[in-house]
Design a protein around this ligand. Structure first.
Ligand code: ADP
Length: 399
């Protein structure tokens, strides 16, 4: 409890853009998010008053951080499960708990559990050697998708291979054993990718937002459209039900994001995240209650907020860091000037920059627009994101 305000202290481990935007929501609730940051320049550490510097892999740092927090939560899934369990055993409230979070940390555990509980997942197999890949591909056909069971993000740790030689670096050249824990999946003939977002409180209250389409380029989400255009009511309801059932089944507290593939045969679950998620950034400007506020409400066991949209459509486009070498003339235009041009061109577009140093392909911000003309919103947000990235408008993602 913060003695000055009489309001609870939420601690978030990790100080990236998710913590930064959670802090923004915390301010409205009368709070100030406490963040555990690796360094002072981290996105959330630049804006929060209550920053501790430490390593999320050090139990001592975590325990020092948790002291004085009413509840501890995460902006990433990299905290070792045994540390989370130890914090809980020491009497700290940590949400989501180690057992639930394991399903967002380890793709193998997640696939095993979801398969056993009857949720729709791709055919998959744990992989110990190159021969295992060949055996699996004999059953499901090439290409297959190989995944590191832990530590992947934004498509890193995912390899689509048409032959085992395509993934030679993953196997020891002599023994042919896998160099890291791997699994293989059938390649799903996907029509598009969707995401369903749910929040759950310890009390058991659940809420879901409209199901969105996530547009990916090179394994990175570039655009989110809310709601997913043309999604049937049945599929939308099914996706929301999957998210709610999973949150309840796994005992998630906070936000659960379920990444889905839409195929001709129906919906298949790809991936889970148990924290505010990129597919939910649109809710800041496009929903009555944002995912960040809802995450705080959930971990504090407050009643959850209404999740309906405030406009027929919301489009969010990620701003990725540009390649300085490719920017040529635009390279001379600094971020401040780009912002100026963007605001002049698109006064209705909402800008969210994360205060992060620009690196090629790194998510440095997002832009959002709400309204009733979907094509116009997509064009405006793609143009706005392109101006920030390149200093000039970029090509828009294909529908
Ligand atoms: P990450 O953990 O890096 O986000 P994902 O498992 O979400 O990795 O995979 C990244 C992207 O790779 C997905 O968004 C999708 O476009 C593609 N992908 C992953 N698994 C499959 C699959 N089984 N079939 C087809 N495409 C896949």
């Amino acid at each position: 409890m913060d003695k000055r305000t009489g309001l609870p202290v939420v601690g978030m481990i990790g100080a990236g853009q998710l913590a930064r935007m959670t802090h923004q929501a915390a301010i409205g609730l009368g709070q100030s998010l406490r963040v555990l940051a690796a360094d002072r320049d981290a996105s959330a550490a630049l804006v929060a008053a209550d920053v501790q510097i430490g390593a999320h892999t050090s139990y001592d740092d975590l325990a020092r951080f948790a002291a004085g927090c009413d509840v501890v939560t995460f902006d990433h899934e990299h905290v070792p499960g045994e540390h989370i369990a130890a914090l809980a055993a020491a009497g700290h409230r940590v949400f989501p708990g180690a057992e639930a979070l394991l399903h967002a940390q380890d793709k193998r555990v997640m696939r095993e559990r979801l398969g056993a509980d009857g949720f729709p997942v791709p055919r998959w197999r744990p992989i110990g050697s190159a021969a295992d890949v060949v055996g699996f591909a004999d059953e499901v056909g090439w290409p297959v998708v190989l995944k590191a069971t832990r530590g992947g993000y934004d498509g890193k740790g995912v390899w689509t291979v048409a032959a085992v030689t395509d993934a030679a670096e993953l196997f020891d050249p002599v023994s042919h054993e896998a160099r890291l824990p791997l699994l293989a999946e059938e390649r799903i003939p996907l029509r598009r990718e969707l995401a369903a977002l749910a929040a759950r409180s310890p009390f058991g209250q659940v809420a879901t937002w409209p199901v969105v389409e996530t547009v990916q380029q090179d394994g990175i989400c570039v655009e989110v459209i809310a709601p997913a255009p043309g999604l049937s009511e049945d599929h939308a309801a099914q996706a929301q039900e999957l998210a709610v059932n999973l949150a309840t089944d796994l005992g998630v507290v906070g936000i659960l994001a379920v990444e889905l593939f839409q195929t001709d045969a129906g919906l298949v679950i790809n991936e889970l995240a148990m924290r505010p998620h990129n597919s939910g950034h649109w809710t800041i400007d496009g929903a009555v209650t944002s995912q960040f506020e809802q995450h705080l409400r959930a971990v504090l066991d407050y009643p959850l907020g209404v999740t309906s949209s405030v406009a027929p459509w919301t489009v969010m486009a990620n701003v990725l860091g540009g390649d300085p070498a490719a920017a040529i003339g635009a390279a001379a235009m600094g971020l401040d000037e780009r912002v100026h041009h963007l605001m002049a061109a698109h006064p209705a577009v909402k800008l969210h920059l994360y205060g992060k140093a620009v690196r090629p392909g790194r998510k440095i911000g997002h832009v959002t627009a709400t309204g009733s003309d979907l094509a116009a919103l997509r064009a405006a947000t793609a143009d706005a994101a392109g101006r920030l990235r390149h200093g000039v408008p970029a090509e828009r993602p294909q529908p």
